[in-house]
Design a protein around this ligand. Structure first.
Ligand SMILES: [Ca+2]
Length: 345
């Protein structure tokens, strides 16, 4: 059982992440600027966002960015710059629309007084943005530390998404990149070495924090050069599949085919099998179909049910919805440790 779980989840497996470097950084033979973002996928790096091509001046640095489920990009920068229409200040959140960068929310609208800048952003499935600041900042009577991540106030107050001190981080620690999965696992990068939970994380490493436990999520040697990453985002949800059909083959195995997930960036599919009558009993039977939307396998004995789960390198997507409309529980043995669910049916 344990060996099978290890084989499927894998220690420090390939992870799909997007980072913006704190200073020009060579990744996979290409130099990425502090105004660009690079995506690590399949163990290789490629350009995910080209700031200079969008009018970002070379003297500034992207301090935070995040992608929504539908692929919209929000970002924040460390230095003022002017677009053709307006001046963008640090602390403002900008959205990419077509070929332009437009102000989404100003620092003032966010309640910031200009003393601190945004250094991490994360889009949440309810549509709100979570942010972290680079200095301790009092907002509506609450002091947010540089290691805290909190939801923007869109009328109902702010809410901590990640509580730095509760996770053991002191007031001198600064979180400069943040994302999370839908079961509460936080993924973080720091701007200086941080020792917490018996581990030391370097600026080039991505740490994970879950319910008291710190782990290394990604340790990429090239990212560990210089000052590492100044912004981090994990891929959007792999979404869900539909239209699963099953046929018996002549050899006692079953043939499966399904419609592809409509989510962007889906790399692969996993097959889960459970016992009919115990509909929470599924575990992974196959963690890859090599990207195909069909596969065959030989069922275990007795009456079995099957679920197809889209996956990317970082996340499992939806296991589908039960007749009640609720998301099905995740597998007992999984193919990715993290999950990101689509917010729309
Ligand atoms: Ca921070």
């Amino acid at each position: 059982m344990g060996a099978l779980a290890l084989a499927c989840v894998g220690p420090a497996a390939a992870q799909q992440v997007t980072v913006s470097p704190a200073e020009p950084l060579d990744l996979g033979g290409t130099t990425y600027l502090a105004t660009q973002a690079a995506r690590r996928q399949g163990g290789t790096w490629s350009l995910a966002f080209d700031g200079p091509g969008m009018g970002l001046p070379a003297y500034l640095s992207i301090s935070a960015f995040t992608w929504t489920e539908s692929g919209s990009l929000y970002l924040s920068v460390d230095t003022p710059f002017a677009t053709s229409d307006e001046t963008i200040m640090p602390g403002d959140i900008v959205i990419r629309k077509g070929g332009s960068l437009l102000k989404h929310r100003t620092a003032f609208q966010l309640g910031l007084d200009g003393s601190g800048n945004i250094d991490a952003l994360a889009w949440r499935p309810d549509g709100r943005l979570a942010l972290s600041l680079d200095v301790p900042t009092e907002l509506s009577g609450v002091v947010y530390e540089p290691a805290d991540v909190f939801l923007e106030d869109v009328g109902g107050g702010r809410e901590l998404v990640f509580d730095g001190s509760a996770a053991g981080l002191g007031p001198d620690v600064n979180v400069v990149g943040y994302d999370r999965d839908d079961e509460g696992v936080s993924l973080l990068v720091f701007d200086a070495p941080v020792t917490v939970g018996g581990k030391t994380f370097e600026p080039g490493q991505v740490a994970s924090y879950d319910d008291g436990t710190w782990k290394v999520f990604l340790d990429d040697a090239e990212l560990g050069v210089a000052d590492g990453a100044s912004a981090l985002a994990l891929p959007p949800t792999p979404g869900r599949v539909s239209g699963l059909s099953v046929t018996k083959t002549g050899t006692g195995s079953l043939g499966f085919s399904w419609l592809p997930s409509s989510a962007s960036g889906v790399a692969d599919y996993a097959v889960f099998e459970g016992v009919i009558g115990d509909f929470d009993s599924h575990s992974s039977r196959r963690c890859s179909t090599e990207g195909n939307t069909s596969t065959t396998l030989t069922p275990y004995g007795g009456a079995r049910y099957y679920l197809i789960v889209p996956v990317n390198e970082s996340f499992e997507g939806s296991y589908g919805r039960a007749s009640t409309g609720a998301e099905r529980v995740r597998g007992g043995i999984r193919c990715r440790s993290l999950v990101r669910l689509p917010s729309l049916p």
